[in-house]
Design a protein around this ligand. Structure first.
Ligand code: LLP
Length: 437
């Protein structure tokens, strides 16, 4: 992927940096982000939309990996930003991300979050339900503001993906259902509320999707809805947001399309539909997360202990695990990895990579082919840029790793490794429990 290669010393190099040097300089576990590849992915989206001739916004779904340096890159690349909590919003604002290009998601925004976002003058709220719609209108009214809104609708399209991460089907906690008339009712109400400026609708059909069919089905349903609403309620959607979910290649078995192919399917579908209906084509927004940062991330570990169960399996343990990458434990996600300091050696063993947490399910990869790994070797797990740092925890009070951006032979720390101070920083011992001197 990207700028990764095996260098003349037989070691993995990313962004011109030898990973052995990165380990020496920054320690392990270490999240390494190939900045050039992140920027390339952003540009693939922007270029594909430019080619369509439509008005558009590409909002980076920051939930995949939200740190201030990443917000800076998204801004520099002309992206908008999707946030789903006050914490993500705060991160974006602290990084100086232009508020008018921030879109606020979530199925249970608190009044405090709504106030914070209105005060920051963000670009758009993606409203999920009736309670939120009315609360937003009321808070905006108190502040004398009119807020731009997309309504999230559940189009009833089930993406072909892992069941825990598909959200487009009808039995979902998200959005107004198209099928039972609740989306229609929401449009009617939203367009009558004085402090709501209804821009259009949003739909997200799932994640890690490899085909265009799910998107083209969603395009048809949402477009048909737009036409109905225009004819019956005289409400015109200026924006249709088709969410994220564009797949990436974690392992050889994964067969994602090119970014341009997904975008073309969406923009062609929209153009065809609206020209046939005889209406102008609305602006198209999308929200890719995983496909912007996933393949650009690599996690570097040091191999520690191992255990062989003759005739059953050999485990090798690394100095991280489910605390920095919970995706195997949560979804049985598959990853590829290599011995990064001996990258040209032949694989002769099949091992299971385990972490260091007190939990049997703390594994990263089952049946990985490797050269015989020794204590002190470096293991690089690829495609860990999305939903790894973002979902990391302090289970077992393990400190979260540092994150470095690498580019042109330079590595910059964008998140410091947590300290022991960070670990106990929020702990308080009540006076009655204090140890007597
Ligand atoms: N927009 C909305 C409304 C979403 O819910 C999501 C992801 C995205 C955009 C970005 O989707 P992406 O392009 O990254 O697929 N933790 C899971 C993924 C959860 C995705 C949640 N929503 C994982 O590790 O696979």
């Amino acid at each position: 992927h990207g700028t990764s290669k095996v260098n003349d010393n037989g070691r993995l190099e990313i962004g011109g940096c030898d990973v052995q040097d990165l380990a020496a300089q920054h320690g392990t576990p270490l999240y390494i982000v190939d900045e050039a590849l992140v920027r390339q992915r952003c540009r693939e989206y922007v270029d594909a939309f430019r080619a369509s001739g439509l008005q558009f916004q590409v909002a980076y779904a920051s939930k995949a990996f939200c740190v201030m340096a990443m917000c800076r890159i998204a801004d520099e690349e002309g992206m908008s930003l999707d946030v789903v909590s006050d914490g993500e919003l705060y991160t974006a604002l602290q990084a100086g991300f232009p508020a008018h290009r921030i879109h606020f998601h979530g199925n249970n925004k608190t009044p405090e979050e709504i106030e914070m976002a209105i005060d920051a003058n963000i670009g758009c709220f993606v409203v999920d339900n009736f309670i939120e719609l009315h609360m937003l209108n009321a808070i905006a009214a108190e502040k004398g503001a009119v807020v731009k809104v997309l309504l999230r609708i559940t189009p009833g399209v089930e993406a072909h993906t892992h069941e825990y991460i598909s959200t487009g089907q009808q039995d979902s906690k998200f959005g107004f259902d198209l099928a039972n008339g609740s989306a229609y009712k929401a449009i009617k109400e939203a367009s009558s509320l004085p402090n709501i400026d209804l821009l259009g609708v949003h739909s997200h059909i799932g994640s890690q999707i490899f085909e265009v069919e799910g998107f083209t089905m969603a395009v048809e349903k949402v477009s048909a809805f737009a036409v109905d609403v225009r004819r019956e309620l005289d409400v015109t959607f200026r924006v249709i947001n088709l969410g994220g979910g564009f797949g990436i290649r974690y392992t050889e078995g994964d067969t994602p399309l090119q970014v341009s192919e997904y975008v073309k399917a969406i923009t062609d579908g929209i153009k065809t539909f609206f020209s046939q209906a005889g209406y102008p084509t609305p602006e198209i927004w999308v929200e890719p997360g995983r496909s912007i940062v996933g393949e650009a991330g690599t996690t570097l570990y040091t191999v520690g202990t191992s255990k062989e169960i003759p005739g059953v399996r050999k485990y090798i343990a690394v100095d991280g695990g489910m605390t920095d990458n919970p995706r195997f434990a949560l979804y049985e996600s598959k990853y590829e990895a290599m011995l990064a300091n001996r990258a040209t050696e032949k694989a002769t063993e099949t091992v299971t990579v385990a972490g260091k947490c007190c939990e049997s399910g703390d594994k990263l990869i089952i049946d990985l082919e490797l050269p015989p790994a020794k204590t002190g070797d470096l293991l690089a797990v690829s495609c860990t840029g999305a939903y790894n740092y973002a979902m990391a925890s302090n289970y077992n009070r393990i400190r979260r790793p540092a994150v470095v951006f690498v580019k042109d032979g330079q590595s910059d720390v964008v998140v410091k490794r947590e300290s022991f101070g960070d670990i106990v920083g929020n702990d308080i011992i009540p006076a009655r429990l204090e140890k007597e001197a």
